[in-house]
Write a protein of this length. Sequence first.
Length: 287
Amino acid sequence: MTEGRQCPVCGNIGKLRSINAGMKLALQQAGGEADIPPEACMDCYDDLNSRVSHGAKLRAEIVQKQKNKEAMWKSRVKLVKKARILMGQKAFVEAANHYEKYLRVLEVAHDLQKGGLNPEVFSKSKKSKELTVVTSTYWDLFRIYDRSPRTVDKMRSTGKKLAQFVRYSSIYPDIMKKADSFQRTAKHKNIVKDFIKDAGGKKGGCYIATSCFDDPFCWQISVLRLFRDRILKKSSWGRWFIYYYYRTSPAIVQWVSDKPKIRLILSQVIGFLVKLASLSLKRTSGS
């Protein structure tokens, strides 16, 4: 310790204390200090020392927070597995509780507010499988919330989320087919109908295909619309096909309207195309 010298930090005259290499490194890590003097007065030394302590505390908190996130992330698998077992046992309240915890884990892991999950979070190919799990989770919650009038609002908001996710999931055709059946037995049919509309895209477009089915929002039409939007529109030949399809469809529909045998054959062809579109969408979502 030296006496009677000017402090390079505050400029006061007084006793100076050496700042060792370890303390310099800690200060740089704590606050990005670039120019640290070799010594300082006692007051400045104590101030610098407090910065080191504060920086160490912050680093410890960051490390602990990351560890907590990792532990929560690992717990998500157990939560989903347990929820599915409870679904099989018809313990729907407990299953919903586990599913809700799973979704909250994902939100915390991605630094999102409650209800902030969106498909873009899982856009990377490594996370595409998680997107399918999230979609199936929303589907199960959607059906659970239908069971009670007290959870109608939850059912409605879950339906909105499900519609967001299902369009990017490889299980889109399966969910739409199940939703079509669920609509007949659901207690809140209007909410299921709204989900099918939201997930299926805008009405219109698939003229020939629509003429083969009674409901323009049935799952088969929804699959074809999604195939159009996610695959055909992305290539020049696909856009060319869409253009001529829309141009010729009205005339074809009118021509087959009074020919039941030809309409039957056309329906079978469209059904086969729905299967091909479903397979293509699954491959695209899984890549």
